[in-house]
Each structure stands twice: as C-alpha cells, then as structure tokens.
Design a protein around this ligand. Structure first.
Ligand code: C5P
Length: 241
C-alpha cells in the first residue's frame, strides 16, 4: 500500500463565515496539510466557487455536504461533486444501500480517471445518542448501529466512513484495514476542548487506525496556524515511524 505523508492525513475544517477568510487559511496551510473541508456553511454562502478558489491555491477539497435523498438525486449530486474535483465527499449511510450504491456506480462510471473522489458515509451523527434515536424508532445500541451502517456502506462500494475517535477500532475490526476512517473530534494535548467532549489527540487517533483526521479550531484559531499544523504532522509522524 502507498505510504501517505503524515501531513496528508490532516484535513482542516474551514468553518469560517466567508470565502476571503477561508482563502487566507488555505494560502497559509496548503503545503502543511492534506486537504480542506468545506461544510454546509461555507458552501451555502459561497457555492462551488469556494471549491474552485481553494483548488486554485493548490488545496484539495473534502466536500462535507452529507447528501441524503432519493438514489437518483444523490447519484446526480455525487457526479457534480466529482466534476467539481472534490478529493473526498460524503453522504448519510441512513439514506440506504440503494442510495449509496447508485451514487458509487454513477461516479465510478465517469470516464475521466481523474474524477475519482473518495466517497465517505456518515454513520450516526455524534450529536445523537440513544435518547435521540429512540423516538425515531431506532433501538439498537449506537455502537452496533455504527458498525451495521459502516458494513452497509462498504457493501455499497463506498470508500469509508466518518466516525468519532472511539469508534475507529470497532469499524476497522468489522470492515477491514483498507476501509477508510475519517475522524473529527481531534485535540492536540494541551489544546482547548471547545465543544468536543470525547476528543483524542492526533497521535492517539492515528494509532487507533484513523486514515484522516479532521481538525478545525486547534489550527484555524491558533495564533500561528502553520506551526499548529506542523506540530500535528510531527505527532502523526512519530506514530507512523
Ligand atoms: O474545530 P473542530 O476541530 O472541533 O472542528 C471539527 C470539525 O469536524 C467541524 O467542522 C465539525 O462540524 C466536524 N465534526 C465534528 N464531529 C462530528 C462530525 C463532524 O466535530 N461528529
């Protein structure tokens, strides 16, 4: 398997209000990290131009729009994400097997070999616990549900899942080492927790098997974002060595 450079495992969450603020961070960081995550806030404010401008500065984009709709609609949206040149994008596994499979087929059928993004499923939002799931009629323990949805995503041909740090080992055990796990909730030792409750350090997450870590505020709110990113890459390098 191709070895990834430690910095390529870092995806910076661009949770900012406008494109100029995002581009400032991309200019600073595009040589220090693997990709930038554009979520619903920045995409709703600035649209596909945000993706193109970031790519124009040399950044790869994880389009975090969490598609969830009927299979045809998600397949078509997925093709547009691929055409936009996203390096990674995602959808809710709760949209079902047919939705994920149709999206995978549509994207993999694109003739331009360069347009092959990593397709990632969201299993259970970490904001949801048993008390939120029960009123929806979902009574499986959360861990079991996460693994079930990860296996379904794998069977549908998806490349991996987004998961909280504490779910990494369970998913890797069930789905195998090549099924990708993308992990937010990362806090370097000594960093402010902000609203993350069960964070892991970058080293711990990579040790547990995370293929990519999503890091926002510890880098973007740092007085020196480049130094913060380099320090995280250094921590990952120690684990990979
Ligand atoms: O600033 P921070 O490092 O907490 O940012 C983490 C990013 O990952 C945010 O964009 C957040 O929405 C996202 N995320 C998360 N926890 C999840 C899923 C996504 O923190 N379970």
């Amino acid at each position: 398997m191709k070895r990834t450079a430690p910095k390529d495992k870092i995806i910076v969450a661009l949770d900012v209000e406008n494109l100029p603020a995002a581009l400032k961070l991309v200019e600073l960081l595009h040589d220090e990290v693997g990709a930038f995550k554009i979520g619903k806030q920045l995409f709703t404010a600035s649209g596909p131009d945000a993706v193109r401008s970031i790519q124009g500065l040399g950044g790869r984009v994880f389009l975090d729009l969490k598609f969830h709709d009927i299979p045809t609609t998600v397949a078509k949206a997925s093709v547009e994400a691929a055409r936009l040149g996203a390096f990674m994008f995602n959808m809710h596994a709760l949209g079902g097997f047919a939705m994920m499979q149709e999206a995978v087929k549509a994207v993999r059928a694109l003739s331009d070999g360069k347009l092959q993004p990593l397709m990632i499923a969201v299993t259970v939002l970490t904001s949801m616990g048993p008390d939120d799931l029960k009123p929806l009629g979902i009574t499986l323990p959360v861990d079991e549900l996460v693994v079930r949805l990860a296996l379904l995503a794998k069977e549908a041909g998806m490349n991996g899942v987004v998961a909280s740090p504490r779910e990494i080992r369970l998913i890797k055990k069930a789905c195998g080492p090549d099924f990708l796990v993308v992990t937010p909730g990362i806090r370097p030792a000594g960093a402010e927790a902000n609203d993350q409750k069960r964070a892991m350090t970058p080293g711990e997450a990579v040790q547990a098997g995370a293929d990519f870590i999503v890091v926002g505020r510890p880098i973007t709110h740092s007085p020196d974002p480049q130094a913060a990113a380099r320090s995280i890459a250094g921590e990952i390098a120690l684990v990979l060595a």
